[in-house]
Design a protein around this ligand. Structure first.
Ligand SMILES: [Zn+2]
Length: 232
C-alpha cells in the first residue's frame, strides 16, 4: 500500500504542470532506450567470445636473441614472428572463427621464458604453442617436429593428440618431412602442461638450403599459418 500511495504521490507531483510531465515522458523514453542499448551491448560483448578457444602463441626468441641464423641469412626470431602475426591476421578475417588468439610478443622484443608461460596462465588459455625453427651442424638434416612436455601434467594426453594433428598437417599440407612428435623438458612446456595443451613446434631447419629458402617466402609463411590455424 505504501508503494501504491508513493506512486500516486509521484504522479501527482509529476502532473503539477503538463509541460513537466511531458518532459518526464521524454526523459523516461530516452532512459529506457539507453538502458536497452547498454544491456544489449553488454550482453553482446559478453557472449561474443563465449565458447571461443583461447590460444596463446609464443613466437620464440626476439630482440637480442635471434635464435637460429639461416644458411641464407634469415633469422629464426623473424620467421616465427611472421607466422604468428599472420595467424592473428587470418583469424581476424574469419567471421566464423572459433579462436581467440594472443601472442607473447607482437614485435621484435625479448621476453623471459617465465613471462611467456605467465601469459598462458593469466589468460586461462586452452592451448599454448611455442613457435621455433631448427638448426643442425649438417646441412642435409631437415624436417619438422613437435615437442610435448617430458614432465607429466594435467594436459599431457591432449597435448600429444594435438601435437600429432599439427605434425600430420605440416607434413600433408606443406610437404615437410616428418621427424615426429617428441618429448622434451623445455621450460615453456613444463610450466604450462598443467594448465592447458602445451606444444612447441620446430617448423624446419634453417641450416638446410631447401627449408631456409622455403621460410624466406611470404607466400609460404601464409601457408604455414593457415595450416596451424586449421589444426588448432
Ligand atoms: Zn628456437
Amino acid at each position: 500500500m505504501d508503494n501504491y500511495y508513493g506512486l500516486v504521490g509521484f504522479f501527482e507531483f509529476c502532473s503539477i504542470e503538463q509541460k513537466t510531465l511531458k518532459d518526464w515522458n521524454i526523459f523516461y523514453r530516452r532512459f529506457i532506450f539507453l538502458a536497452f542499448v547498454t544491456v544489449t551491448f553488454s550482453l553482446f560483448s559478453q557472449t561474443e567470445n563465449v565458447g571461443k578457444k583461447i590460444i596463446v602463441i609464443d613466437p620464440g626468441h626476439g630482440g637480442s636473441d635471434s635464435g637460429a641464423i639461416g644458411i641464407n641469412g634469415i633469422k629464426e626470431k623473424d620467421v616465427v614472428l611472421g607466422i604468428a602475426l599472420e595467424m592473428v591476421k587470418m583469424n581476424k578475417s574469419l567471421s566464423s572463427s572459433t579462436l581467440e588468439i594472443y601472442l607473447t610478443r607482437y614485435s621484435d622484443t625479448l621476453i623471459s621464458l617465465n613471462d611467456r608461460t605467465k601469459l598462458a596462465k593469466a589468460l586461462q588459455a586452452d592451448v599454448f604453442i611455442s613457435l621455433h625453427c631448427n638448426h643442425a651442424d649438417y646441412q642435409n638434416v631437415k624436417g619438422t617436429e613437435v615437442y610435448v612436455s617430458k614432465v607429466d601434467g594435467n594436459y599431457i594426453r591432449q597435448s600429444i593428440l594435438m601435437g600429432h594433428g599439427i605434425e600430420r598437417a605440416l607434413v600433408n599440407q606443406i610437404g615437410l618431412e616428418s621427424r615426429g612428435v617428441k618429448f622434451a623438458n623445455f621450460q615453456v612446456l613444463r610450466e604450462t602442461v598443467d594448465y592447458c595443451v602445451a606444444l612447441l613446434v620446430e617448423f624446419g631447419f634453417l641450416s638446410n638450403w631447401d627449408e631456409a629458402s622455403y621460410f624466406s617466402s611470404y607466400k609460404n609463411i601464409e601457408s604455414i599459418s593457415k595450416t596451424i590455424l586449421t589444426a588448432l
